[in-house]
Structures are given as C-alpha cells and as structure tokens.
Write a protein that binds this ligand. Structure first.
Ligand code: XLS
Ligand code: NI
Ligand code: NI
Length: 441
C-alpha cells in the first residue's frame, strides 16, 4: 500500500485565499473569489482551474542556451518511483494550497519513462495507485490526461503520423497505457496534442496517409475508451508549429475539419491554448469563437505568448483586456463543454523562488476572474449587446428574415436589390465597441 508523504515542500506558504483588490499580499487572490456567483455560476464552476504537472513540477527552466535553474526540493531521490512519489506529494500540496480542484498530466510527467515498455507501464500503474490515494484524501480531480508522444527520440518523425508502422504501434501501446491511467483516475477528459504530428519538409512526406493514420489512431482510442466505459470527452489541442515546421492541427478551423473528416465529431472537441492561437496569427478570442460556433469549445490551456517574438513562451496570463474579450465569447457560448482552465504556463527561467510558482498561478487566476467580471458587466450593464443586435437587425424581419430562413432565391435577391436601390452606409462602430470594453475594465 502506498503511503502519503508528510514532507512540506512549500514551506511558509499557507492556503491562498481571496482578499480582494485592496490587499497588498502577493500570496492572496485579488479577483478570483471561488464561491462568488457570476452569471449564475460560481467562479470555481466556471473555470475549473487545473495545475499542469509538466510545467509546475517537472520544468526546471532549461532552454537551448543553458540548463535548468530551479532547484526543486522534490524528485531528488535516485529511485524513479521514490522521486515520482515526492513529485506527487509536492503536486498535491501545491494544488491544495492554491484551492484548485483539478490537475492535468502527461504519462511521463508522473514518473520517468523506463528502458522497456513493460517497466514503464509498471511505473505508471504504480503512480496511478499513489495518485488515487492523494485524490481521495484531497478531493482533487483529474481534468485530463494525455500521453507524451513527442519527447522520446523514437518519435522524431511523429507518433501516429510516423512513416514507420512499428513506431505507430509503439505510440498506440503508450496511448493505451495513458488512457487506462486517465480512466482509472476518473479523468474527465483525454487530450491529444499533436506534438510531432506534422512535417519538417513536404518533400519526404505523404500528408494524406499521415493524416488518415492519425484519424485511425484516434478512432482506436475512442473505441477502446468507450468499450471500457469512458464517458468523458476527447480534445484536440490545435497548434500551428513548434516543434514541427507545420503541425497538422494548425488551428481551431483546421482541427474541426479534421474531426469531421475523420468521423470523430460525436466524441471530440477542442482544447484551445492562448499562445497557440497567437502563433497561428489568431487572437485567443478568435479561436474560442471558432470552436464555440462548431459546438466544440471543450477546454482551455491558459497562458500567453510574447508580442515581440514568435515562440510558444507559455507565460502566465496577465492581459486583462484580451482575457475579457475571450470571456465575452466564453460567457455568450455557455462556457466550456466538459473541460476547464489548465495553466499550461511556466514561470520564467530566472524566477527561481518556490513562491514564484504560487504568485504566477495567482496572477493567472486573477486575470481570468477579472476578465469574467468585465465580460459579465459588459453584457449586462452596457449597451454592447444592443449595439451588436442592432448591427444585424436587418435579418430580424422582412426579406432579411426570409433570407435567414432560406426561403429566398438568387433571383429574389436580384429583384429586391433592384427595387431597394443603393444600400445606406452603416458604420461598424468599432471604436465604440472598444471603448465600451475599456470602460468596464
Ligand atoms: C505544447 C502543448 C502541451 C499540451 C499537452 O505546446 O501545449 O503542453 O498542452 O501535451
Ligand atoms: Ni497545451
Ligand atoms: Ni503550448
């Protein structure tokens, strides 16, 4: 029987509570008030905040120019299971102190991959037992699990899209273990981020076969999980590039087309990541809207990029205006379907104090809370909705309504326009919309 560790890793840091905007305490929420009701739901229910195991417990800050900088007091033991248990203890201490309800993981965030598949499976299963106890003791739940099908050198040419069937099969084996772990831990969803599912050069790539193989791989995952009683949702997480030159799940629109083309639309939705949206030259708001329009707004990976460079910097969210724009879409489309808000974000390489991890997550949660409050106020107290309705009022009656109902032909348009004459010029009022949003910040 696994035991629950007693070491306190984040010494001197207690439970993070809401103290309001006037508080100067860096270790308190200024806007995220979990039980506060906004638009009929508590903030806790709206967001379902989750900790990302990989950034928070595993990433020590290494970059292409130098090694990690963070001296984490966990995962210090030589024995991989012992180290993994320390990591899990630290994870649950952190999640609990933050007052979050969820976490997310890749299989090999939990414990290091071993030399053989059989030994790796054993390790993951061991950690599943250990995590089960930690979840029971704390009430923390698993938002989603996933398999790391991109780090190991065997996946350098892709996993499900690999030109070598043996690698595809190996990825399938790993997928099955990750799915089993997710289901065993009552994971509410399962994520596919296509790490190296793309190409570096089209010259050596059979794009059609690779994409169809990914589709087959995902249908297998779905069929297996459903046969085991999994009722959660599968998410595809779009990203346009990095590490591949071109990733097949480029953006929300591309991924939705793929989902439909591959017959996955009953089981799959999207996990939209802020920094991936901006890498694809879209706004976060845009990606949420595209997903929502297709009924596929499943979950969010919260972070932000950098305006001055083109990498997936995974910084913590802090832009209230952009988050408020996103929360307008979020509220108007009825929130997330099955998912939550996972902080797929990391503190900077030179943020080396353990408390920085708390400060960063507090800032992220507060940014979303503020964005939600702003969006709710804009919807309920300003003229925003009325302005938007008025812009499209011509479709509410007369021929416009007939058009929307599909009862007009092209000849009808011709006849109507001939009589109506040159349409009157109507302003788009963009600056007014922008000012209204700013007024409520
Ligand atoms: C990387 C992705 C990754 C997924 C999970 O860019 O965001 O962290 O969320 O595999
Ligand atoms: Ni992500
Ligand atoms: Ni990312």
């Amino acid at each position: 029987m696994a035991t629950i560790g007693n070491t306190e890793y984040f010494k001197g840091i207690g439970e993070i509570t809401y103290e309001g905007k006037a508080s100067d305490n860096p270790l308190a929420y200024k806007f995220y008030n979990p039980e506060q009701i906004v638009a009929g739901k508590s903030m806790r229910e709206h967001f379902k905040f989750a900790m990302a195991y990989w950034h928070t417990l595993c990433g020590t800050g290494g970059d292409p120019f130098g090694p990690g900088t963070k001296n984490f007091p966990w995962a210090t033991k030589n024995d991989p299971i012992e180290a993994a248990r320390e990591k899990a203890d630290a994870a649950f201490e952190f999640i609990t102190k933050m007052g979050f309800d969820y976490y997310c993981f890749h299989d090999y965030d939990l414990v290091d991959e071993a030399d053989s598949l059989a030994e790796s499976e054993k390790r993951v299963l061991h950690m599943v037992d250990y995590l089960k106890e930690k979840m029971k003791a704390s009430g923390v739940k698993l938002l989603w699990g996933t398999a790391n099908l991109f780090s190991h050198p065997r996946y350098m040419n892709g996993a499900a899209s690999n030109p070598n069937f043996d690698v595809v099969a190996r990825a399938g084996a790993q997928l099955k273990i990750a799915l089993d772990a997710t289901m065993e831990l009552n994971g509410e969803n399962y994520v596919f981020w296509g790490g190296r599912e793309g190409y570096m050069s089209l010259l050596n790539t059979d794009m059609k076969l690779e994409q169809d193989n990914i589709g087959r791989f995902m249908r297998m995952a779905r069929d297996y999980a459903r046969s085991q009683g999994f009722t959660g949702t599968f998410f595809i997480e779009p990203k346009p590039m990095e590490p591949s030159k071109h990733q097949y799940d480029f953006d929300a629109a591309t991924s939705i087309n793929f989902i439909r083309e591959q017959g996955l639309e009953k089981d799959f939705k999207l996990n939209i990541e802020v920094n991936h949206a901006t890498l694809a030259q879209h706004t976060f708001q845009h990606e949420l809207q595209v997903a929502a329009n297709a009924g596929m707004l499943g979950s969010i990976d919260a972070n932000r990029g950098d305006y001055q460079n083109g990498w997936d910097t995974d910084q913590f969210p802090n832009n209230v205006l952009e988050t408020a724009e996103a929360m307008l879409v979020f509220l108007k489309s009825g929130g997330l379907q099955g998912g939550g808000i996972n902080f797929d974000a990391k503190t900077r390489r030179n943020s080396t104090d353990l408390e920085d991890i708390f400060i960063a997550h507090i800032g992220g949660a507060d940014t979303f809370a503020r964005g939600l409050l702003v969006a709710d106020a804009v919807i309920n107290n300003s003229s925003y909705e009325e302005l938007l309705d008025n812009r499209y009022a011509s479709f509410n009656s007369g021929k416009g309504l007939d058009f929307v109902r599909g009862s007009l032909s092209l000849t009808d348009l011709h006849d109507y326009a001939k009589l109506a004459g040159e349409p009157e010029q109507r302003s788009g009022k963009q600056e007014l919309f922008e000012n209204i949003l700013n007024q409520y910040l």
